[in-house]
Write a protein that binds this ligand. Sequence first.
Ligand code: GLP
Length: 246
Amino acid sequence: MNIKVFSHDEALVIYLTDLFFEVISQDNRVNIGLATGSTFIDVYQSIIERSIKNHQSFQHLYTFNLDEYVDIDENHPQTFKSFMKHHLFNGIDLPDNQTHFPPTGSNIDYACYDELIEREEGIDVQFLGIGTNGHIGFNEPGTAFDSKTHKITLDESTREDNNKFFSSIDEVPKYAVTMGIHTIMQSKRIILVARGLHKAEAVYNMLYGDICEDNPASILREHPNCLVLLDKDAAKLVKRSCKDET
Ligand code: GLP
C-alpha cells in the first residue's frame, strides 16, 4: 500500500485528474470503477474541465459504479445514477451504454454485476472513498471479506453522514446494493481517497487496525496494488514514516 499526502487540495485534485487521464488515454478499452460522495465532486469537475480543454475522447472508457441506493425513486436527484450524471457523465462525451451500476430491483441475484464485470475482463482501476466507519463502497463493518455484489442495510452512522445530500434523515434510504469486498479486491489497481479531519480515524484504522471484517477498509492492505491519497487532515494520525508528503 503506498500512501501519498497532499498539503493542498488543489494538488490532490490535479494528481487524481492526471492519473485518470493517464489511465484512459491508452489505446485499449479501460474499465474504471467509480465512487460517489463529496470526496470526488471537485475531482469530477476537474476531469470535465480538462476534457473540454483537450477535446478528450472517452470511446475507450467503460465505468462501473460501486453502489446504488434501494427504495428511492429513480428520478430522485440523490440516486447515485443522478449524482454521476450531474457531476460527471453529463459533462463528458461518454455514451450511456458504457456506464454501469449495480442492479437494484427485487428478486435479483445482485452478483450478476460481478459476472458482468468478469465478462468485461475486470476493473482496471477502482476509485474508492472511505466511510467514517471504515466502509468501502457500502460494505459496512461486519460485511464478509468474500462478499460479491449484494444488498446491505446501511448503518445509522452512514445514513447520518449522507444526510447532507438529503433534506431530512427520513429521506435517506435505509438500504443499498454495493459491490462486495471480494468484487473490489479483484480490481487490478485500487486508488482510495480520503479528505477531511472526520476521516482521520477511519484512515488510521485502515492502516494500523486489525485486518478483520469489522474494519472493512483494512483488507486493502492485502491488495497488491493499492494507492492511498490523503489530504493533510485525513492523514493527521498517519505515522510520519509511512507517508510520502507532497
Ligand atoms: C458513501 C459511498 C462511498 C463513499 C463514502 C464516502 O456513502 N457509498 O462510496 O466513498 O460513503 O463519502 P464522502 O465522500 O461523501 O465522504
